[in-house]
Design a protein around this ligand. Structure first.
Ligand code: 4AD
Ligand code: MG
Length: 465
């Protein structure tokens, strides 16, 4: 059966106009039921959450039917007809069936519905075949597409920043080393340390924690750029919101100050959520039904309300006066924990909050210093159920101030000369932020664990697939 004659099930469901036509469909059998005269197969091809009902003459296609069980992959040729069945308007009457691949009922793990998400994580190679992960990964695709569309429509250029980097100065987290040394035969220098001059790149190298620093170089030439790629953090944080490998979207804009940066972040997030509501409705409805009854209302409320904009200092006052028994005590100068962020968003304001002007000591070296000498022009966007979804700032564009701050933090000017040169030659005010793609997906899908919104999660002690 020719692939070019195949219909995607998404296109067939609701295609009353071609009822009566001969069609070919291919996909994986979700269920098989019936009696000795007639069988009903629910076939899913991944194009949409719904399966298509195939009606089979159990006498005529007896031989084929015997080999078909849950999980088998088949191709069906037959006639598209109107269906009286519940929840479907068309079905296919099979004229012939080709079995591509059987799935032994004794060992195929997805025999029944209702597996736990924890169990499905252990079979990450098969979980895309469940309704839940089909829905999540289709939404993941739609969000990636919408991100590129948003930036393209707004005059941003997609800049590919390196995954292997020689700089480790972002300070965003512990890094994974990249080396071609044989680990049991590392050449040492006079000080007894690895001699990286003999390594592949002639220097020590790491997997990037962020594309920002290189992104800034692009913005200082192309005006508005964004990166969208994998980033890596070797921290031992085993939480439902942290991955060791996650995807980040990092726009960087020349001439933008902090208020412009906040406007962009808010508009961007609202656009993405609106896009999901408009383009992923059947998957969202399924997930809402299964996991999170308030999902769609919550998504709508984001698009309908302005985000609160609040200085860190004011946020701390609210938290101190809240009377809440926080696990981690609050006070000016502390880094906010997600319990604090969620209190502000979910209890106090009941809408997203953009918190700005954090103490310089708890933020990265590159953030623009305020005149008070204590705070920097940072902005974190805090979301219900998630906490921090975006981190960003206006960047320090003053050469001397940046150099002084780097010295204070013992960051090597020798390694970062190229970054400093953007401030030496034609510097300009500029800003940017980073959106954690999987944090966005947690919010949009309503899933509770970040391991369930990326096909193959990388977390401490887990990289099997
Ligand atoms: O706040 P972060 O560390 O900011 C940066 O990396 C900046 N260079 C961004 C910029 O200004 N261009 O990370 C940005 C976002 C966080 O708000 C969060 O959504 C996500 O990345 N994130 C993670 N997501 C999953 N797992 C982790 N371990 C994450 N760490 C950060
Ligand atoms: Mg952050």
């Amino acid at each position: 059966m020719k692939e070019r004659e195949r219909y995607r099930i998404k296109d067939l469901l609701g295609a009353e106009a071609i009822v009566g036509s001969d069609v070919v469909v291919k996909g994986w059998v979700r269920t098989k039921r019936g009696n000795k005269n007639i069988a009903f197969l629910a076939v899913n091809d991944g194009s949409v959450i719904h399966s298509l009902q195939i009606v089979v003459d159990a006498v005529k296609l007896d031989k084929e039917l015997k080999q078909i069980t849950t999980g088998s992959c088949i191709a069906v040729a037959g006639k598209l007809v109107k269906s009286d069945g519940q929840g479907q308007n068309v079905e296919v009457q099979a004229a012939s069936i080709v079995l591509y691949g059987a799935a032994d009922p004794g060992s195929y793990p997805l025999q029944k519905k209702g597996h736990t998400l924890e169990f499905l994580r252990e079979i990450a190679h098969l979980r895309p075949r469940t309704n839940t992960f089909g829905a999540v990964f289709r939404i993941r695709h739609a969000m990636a597409f919408a991100i590129h569309k948003y930036f393209n429509d707004h005059g941003f250029f997609y800049l590919h920043t390196p995954i292997i980097t020689g700089s480790d100065a972002e300070g965003a987290g512990a890094m994974f080393h990249v080396t071609a040394f044989e680990l049991d035969r590392i050449p040492l220098n006079a000080a007894g340390k690895p001699d990286y001059t003999q390594d592949f790149f002639g220097r020590s190298a790491n997997l990037t924690v962020s594309g920002q620093l290189e992104g800034e170089l692009g913005a200082m030439a192309l005006g508005k750029i964004y990166t969208f790629g994998p980033t890596f953090r070797a921290e031992n944080s085993n939480t439902p919101r942290h991955l060791s490998e996650f995807w980040m979207i990092e726009p960087e804009m020349a001439f933008y100050e902090i208020a412009d940066n906040m406007d962009t972040a808010e508009d961007f997030l609202k656009y993405l959520i609106r896009y999901a509501l408009e383009n992923c409705s059947s998957d969202l409805e399924f997930l809402a039904d299964m996991y999170d009854k308030e999902l769609i209302e919550r998504l709508k409320s984001i698009t309908e309300n302005d985000f609160v904009r609040l200085a860190y200092t004011e946020g701390i006052k609210i938290l101190e006066q809240s009377g809440q028994p926080f696990e981690f005590p609050v006070g000016w100068g502390v880094d906010l924990q997600s319990e604090h962020e969620r209190y502000l968003v979910e209890k106090h304001f009941k809408r997203p909050v953009i918190l700005t002007d954090y103490p310089r000591e708890i933020k990265a070296f590159y953030m623009k210093q305020n005149d008070d000498g204590k705070t920097v022009r940072a902005m974190d966007v805090l979301f219900p159920k998630i906490g921090e979804i975006i981190g960003g700032s206006q960047r320090e564009d003053d050469y001397d101030k940046l150099k002084t701050r780097m010295k204070e933090l013992n960051l090597s000017e020798k390694d970062m000369w190229w970054y400093l040169e953007t401030r030496k030659f034609g510097t300009a005010p500029h800003s940017g932020f980073g959106l954690g793609f999987e944090r966005l997906l947690l919010f949009v899908t309503g899933m509770a664990n970040i391991r369930d919104v990326i096909p193959f999660p990388r977390t401490p002690k887990n990289a099997e697939f």
